[in-house]
Design a protein. Structure first.
Length: 226
């Protein structure tokens, strides 16, 4: 097998596992058994290890010594760190995109918003979360800074995992019109409004999650000891 073919295979497997995580078909904490994945994708176990190592570098997978690979399961502390990082990075993303907007970039944003709306209309919850996360990746890619795009891909993926773990049953992680409002502000060339809407949007997502430790279980015997 040539090096080019090998890379193509690794990339394909990586994207299929990555997509399964974003769709919540592979749930946080799921064990990724090397041997089984090698059988499914008809490749060697070293090839699967390469894919898992790459996903671990992107913080999509956790490699635990003597136990194996698992879909990442962000802690509450990690979730709060992710939102803090996004509040620092994303205003810079929308500011840069607003300054470099083209008709083609605007069309790409509008097309993605249409996909999100279609997912909402059919009540496809997995697609809603995945597409909502991908919207922020698209923003960063269109902004034209590769490092920002790389960071946003990782942070958006972590946010999807956080939503799957901690989202309140009655909450919607992403309000239906917020992405469209951000696009409107970018189209209008109003960077300050786009930044403010983005920060407000992130706050709403974080508030939809229960990022508090569980209440301490009280031992009645300890309470009533004389």
């Amino acid at each position: 097998m040539t090096s080019e073919k090998r890379e193509s295979t690794v990339n394909e497997i990586h994207e299929r596992v990555y997509s399964a995580v974003l769709d919540n078909r592979l749930k946080p904490g799921t064990k990724l058994v090397e041997e089984r994945l090698a059988e499914i994708f008809s490749v060697s176990r070293p090839r699967i290890r390469e894919v898992l190592a790459r996903l671990a570098h992107e913080q999509v997978v956790e490699l635990i010594p003597q136990r194996g690979a698992f879909v990442a399961k962000p802690t509450i502390e990690k979730a709060k760190d992710v939102f803090e990082a996004r509040r620092i990075i994303e205003p810079a993303v929308v500011r840069r995109l607003t300054a470099n907007l083209t008709p083609e970039k605007l069309q790409r944003l509008r097309e993605h918003a249409i996909l999100e709306q279609a997912a909402r209309e059919r009540n496809d919850k997995r697609a809603i979360v995945r597409l909502a996360g991908e919207f922020h990746i698209v923003l960063s890619e269109l902004a034209g800074n590769l490092e920002l795009a790389r960071m946003m891909r990782e942070l958006s993926t972590q946010t999807c995992l956080v939503i799957f773990l901690y989202n309140l049953p009655t909450a919607t992680s992403c309000r239906h019109d917020e992405h469209s409002l951000i696009i409107d502000a970018i189209e209008a060339g109003d960077a300050k409004r786009a930044e403010a809407l983005t920060l407000q949007h992130l706050t709403h997502i974080e508030q939809s999650c229960t990022l508090e430790p569980p209440e301490e279980i009280v031992d009645l015997e300890d309470v009533f000891k004389s």
